[in-house]
Design a binder for this molecule. Structure first.
Ligand SMILES: [Cu+2]
Length: 262
């Protein structure tokens, strides 16, 4: 609703007498009735202002909820690591403009652990810990090493090849982040409960791609209606996942299990 429409909505009961006006001889009573009408009108306008944009937002929204199938005994606590995107069938996906996002190094972790960029997008890696970190990737498409740097310093890296690039630290073996390069502007990251919403999706047929750091990549065809589509629960298979310690940037085992000697 525009400001103009909001004003009209507020004006309607005031001028139209739709509330059931009783003309009272007593001026104070009339004033009170007028005030009640004002309050009601404002409430109507507020309700319209609150609900109209929400309704508009749901048009052409594709929503779903990722659910991981785990090995027996495993619990899921990392649904936020899931990314979903749509690629049009019979056409080519259009990527988002290449911007820059941040993945901080804090508490010996990459945070957030998963970021999404368009092809050519950059990721800045600020060091927010009081000791040195390193950022390197052995991604087959484009390995890199940003060297060792300390608190308050930031280095950045551009990512071009679509797919997930694992990012490590040569000091701390357990530090692990993922830069997911998504070729389509129609993407979303999940929240803690696995839900995601992709906004402003033109109606049509798409391939929905689901990525998660521990699960098999999954895809399925979906049809998006003119008023959006709710896809419901989308299972992903994480039963084959086991943590395997990667090697350091020279391809050797880390000297320390935690890197605490630094
Ligand atoms: Cu580190």
């Amino acid at each position: 609703m525009t400001k103009h429409e909001a004003r009209q909505a507020r004006g309607t009961p005031r001028s139209g007498g739709a509330v059931g006006t009783v003309i009272r001889p007593n001026r104070a009573l009339a004033q009170a009735a007028h005030t009640r009408r004002e309050v009601l009108a404002i409430l109507v306008a507020l309700a319209a202002a609150v609900f109209t944009p929400v309704k508009a937002m749901h048009a052409q929204v594709v929503s779903g909820q990722v659910a991981l199938q785990e090995r027996p005994g495993e619990t899921t606590s990392d649904l936020r690591d899931a990314v979903a995107w749509l690629e049009p069938l019979g056409g080519s996906a259009r990527p988002a403009p290449a911007g820059e996002v941040e993945m901080a190094m804090q508490g010996r972790q990459y945070t957030p652990r998963v970021v999404v960029v368009a092809p050519g997008g950059r990721v800045a890696f600020p060091n927010k810990d009081g000791f040195n970190h390193n950022v390197f990737s052995k991604s087959a498409a484009a390995p890199f090493d940003l060297g060792l740097y300390g608190r308050g310093k930031t280095k950045a890296q551009a990512f071009r090849a679509p797919g997930a690039h694992a990012v490590y630290c040569n000091v701390h073996p357990r530090m692990l982040g993922y830069v997911v390069v998504v070729p389509s502007a129609l993407w979303a990251q999940a929240t803690d409960d696995g839900r995601f919403t992709i906004d402003r999706v033109p109606p049509g047929r798409y391939k929905l791609v689901l990525w998660h750091s521990r699960a098999m990549m999954a895809s399925q065809e979906v049809t998006v209606a003119a008023n959006g589509t709710a896809l419901g629960t989308l299972p992903m298979d994480a039963r084959g996942y086991r943590y395997v310690q990667h090697t350091d940037k020279t391809g050797r085992d880390y000297k320390s299990a935690t890197g605490d000697r630094y």
